[in-house]
Design a protein around this ligand. Structure first.
Ligand code: ADP
Ligand code: MG
Length: 696
């Protein structure tokens, strides 16, 4: 390494081909993993660890406990069994002891072994007929020169085809020894001490090659904290910028305005709605743009809260926009608003993608001229050519369907509008604090009074007859119901075919005595409309559909829900579906036919049947799926978290968030010299995603 006149940063940027243990053959493999420089390798944290602290000589093994054995491959035998299956046996010798590892029906495992090779096997051994056996153990080839990993905790790195774990370990080991000491410490020394954080010089080697579980935990704590802290700094700065720079019209709710709006609602508001409205009114009265997330379980009554915000803007002669994720939902909102505003002089319009060019142009003109007060629509609202004259508030329904950043795209030349985003998929607190960390949150915890609970059943094929008997009985009593089929395939054509088939089978079979309608995503908007309208007024008693009804649809007389192939739906989706039938005075009945093939699917369905609390289900969903999925940061346009796990690291998240807000309160633009490194890291990582510009 030539260190003569290079800065540490330049040396850390050394391309991977110059690292020890890499060589020309492995350069491409590392590139494929996204590793280009020495620093990349240092921050390529293990995705897991192999705990070999319980590593034993063969003669001291115990049955049934996870243990590790190192030895040399003495014999490999792959043979067919009578039943046409294969059996692979690998005999490993360690000193004078032998252990046989067995794989059933995994002939490809044969390739992993060569005679005389040193390997490490981890599994739960059994003593059978004088030999120890491990069935399907975890295998790890050991490098020739790799010292005996007895009693150690080994890193398990992300790999790519052609790169071995032991090679990656060797590369990481060398990189840490050579380049690790050049890393700059991000935090001031007193900060580390005050927050019980290890310095990077101590944490880096331990996160890769921990001496013990405790030092791994301490090292991990340091890096997780740093990652979450930097993210929280970015969120705090963004929030501050919005508050400092952006100006919105102050739209206060006078007693008169308040009374005029409330007169429109046909019911008493729930305590939660009252509180949310109070929070929103306080935000909108100020000259900083409201940036609020309204979350509430399905059916908790978010729409009237949104409507309050919109009418508040209209009362001040400003326009209001409501954006929904689907046409069905946009139309429903339009109808709700129509009903509530009958006789009012508020001018409203519906803007969806299905609108033909001419009426669309006319509508855009009235919007631009300020001749429409209330615009309801789909994503069509944020199209390039839509201009508002005087926009006061924007409401985005079912926020999770859009992603966070989309709201920024709304075209409007005037002062900033107030923003209210709504979600019916309750969001785990840790996710709210990260993805939505720059929003204020209002929560509707209670449902409107008089709601009946929904009974949920998980059923197998043998229960179909009984369910349809019950379903028919309830239809005869005057209720309505849904039959939902899952997305079969990526191709919508196939979906249409399958939902159509289901529709015909039911309409000519189990439900032939009833008026059955069909709705799916590929139908032209006016047909969808017609079907929804027919269902709403009970002209259609049953709706066979794909998950188009998943969000928002509100037909209180519908109390029956049949879900086909329930194992194909996510927990949030199932809960949304069930939400369709918990909206009226009659109890709901939800029957899920499912054939779960995986453990995860089984757990998901059981959780669903056991609870109707959306907040609880959201936490469970989160735990089952891991945070990478629905609430994935990437989907929301943020860089992925490298080491922090929003589920596992919730406490540290809260700590990092509090600390970040404190720091920003004390040093707004991170302008102080001792914060220069933090500032640089924050900008490098989140500057673009959050449009932070040049902080200062
Ligand atoms: P969501 O929060 O899922 O969007 P909606 O706004 O669609 O829920 O409301 C669900 C149903 O509850 C609607 O039929 C609505 O009219 C009704 N609702 C809302 N608030 C109340 C209330 N305070 N009292 C009685 N019914 C209400
Ligand atoms: Mg809704």
């Amino acid at each position: 390494m030539d260190t003569t006149d290079k800065t540490p940063a330049q040396i850390l940027a050394t391309p991977v081909q110059y690292l020890k243990g890499v060589g020309p053959a492995r350069v491409d493999l590392l590139h494929r993993l996204g590793l280009h420089t020495a620093a990349d390798v240092l921050f390529c944290f293990p995705r897991d660890y192999q705990d070999l602290t319980d590593q034993r000589p063969i003669d001291r093994l115990e049955e049934g406990k996870l243990q590790t054995v190192c030895g040399v491959v003495e014999d490999i035998e792959l043979r067919g069994t009578r039943a046409g299956k294969t059996l692979l046996g690998v005999l490993v010798r360690q000193g004078g002891g032998f252990l046989r590892a067995l794989w059933f029906n995994q002939p490809f495992m044969r390739e992993k072994f060569t005679l005389g090779q040193r390997v490490m096997l981890s599994g739960k051994p059994k003593y059978e007929g004088l030999v120890w056996r491990m069935v399907h153990p975890r295998v790890e080839p050991l490098a020739e020169e790799e010292e005996d990993p007895a009693g150690r905790i080994l890193p398990v790195y992300p790999l790519t085809e052609g790169l071995h774990q032991w090679e990656m370990r060797r590369i990481a080991r060398h990189a840490i020894d050579e380049y690790g000491p050049l890393l700059e410490e991000t935090f001031p020394a007193e900060y580390l001490a005050g927050h019980d954080l290890w310095p990077i010089a101590r944490a880096l080697p331990q996160i890769h090659f921990p001496d013990a579980k405790q030092s791994l935990a301490a090292a991990r704590r340091r890096f997780v904290y740093q990652e979450l802290f930097i993210l929280q700094l970015a969120l705090a700065v963004r929030r501050r910028q919005q508050a400092d720079i952006r100006r919105a019209p102050g739209l206060a709710a006078s007693a008169k305005i308040d009374a005029r709006i409330r007169r429109l609602f046909p019911f008493e508001l729930t305590a939660g709605q009252e509180q949310a409205i109070a929070e929103i009114a306080a935000d909108m009265a100020g000259s900083k743009p409201m940036n609020r997330l309204l979350q509430g379980d399905v059916g908790s009554g978010k729409t009237v809260v949104a409507l309050y915000a919109m009418l508040l803007a209209v009362a001040h002669d400003y326009q209001a926009a409501l954006m929904a994720p689907t046409e069905v939902l946009a139309r429903q909102h339009a109808q709700t608003v129509e009903k509530l505003l009958t006789g009012s002089e508020v001018r409203r319009g519906l803007l969806t993608g299905g609108l033909p060019a001419k009426p669309r142009a006319a509508l855009l003109e009235t919007i631009a001229a300020g001749e429409l007060d209330l615009v309801i629509g789909t994503q069509a609202i944020i199209q390039e050519d839509v201009r508002f004259a005087k926009l006061g508030v924007v409401v985005i329904d079912e926020q999770h369907k859009f992603g966070v950043r989309q709201r920024a795209k709304l075209k409007y030349a005037g002062p900033d509008p107030h923003y209210l985003v709504m979600t019916a998929t309750p969001i785990p607190r840790s996710v709210t604090m990260t993805l939505f960390g720059d929003l204020d949150v209002s929560t509707l915890r209670d449902l409107p009074p008089g709601r009946q609970k929904v009974n949920t059943y998980l059923a197998g094929e043998d229960k179909r007859e009984r369910w349809w008997d019950f379903f028919r009985k309830k239809l005869r009593e005057g209720r309505q119901g849904f039959v939902v089929t899952p997305l079969v395939d990526e191709s919508e054509q196939l979906d249409v075919a399958s939902v159509q088939q289901r529709f015909e089978a039911l309409a000519n079979g189990e439900l032939e005595a009833f008026r059955v309608g069909l709705i799916h995503g590929r139908m032209p908007p006016h047909e969808k409309d017609a079907v929804m309208d027919a269902f709403r007024c009970n002209e259609r008693q049953v709706l066979v559909c794909t998950s188009v009804v998943e969000v928002g649809v509100d037909v209180p007389n519908a109390t029956l829900m049949t879900i086909e192939s329930g194992e194909r739906f996510g927990l949030a989706q199932l809960h949304q579906l069930r939400g369709r039938i918990s909206r009226g005075r009659h109890p709901g009945f939800c029957c899920v036919f499912a054939d779960p093939q995986t453990d995860a699917a089984r757990k998901r369905l059981e959780a669903f049947a056991k609870s109707t609390d959306g907040f609880k289900l959201a936490e469970q969903d989160f735990a089952l799926r891991g945070p990478g999925d629905l609430f994935g940061t990437q989907q929301h346009g943020l860089p992925p978290l490298r080491i922090a796990d929003l589920l596992r690291d919730q406490e540290l998240l809260i700590e990092a968030r509090r600390d970040a807000m404190q720091l920003i309160a004390a040093d707004h633009g991170l302008a102080r010299a001792e914060h220069a490194r933090l500032r640089r890291q924050m900008l490098t990582r989140y500057g673009r995603a959050f449009e932070l510009g040049d902080v200062g």
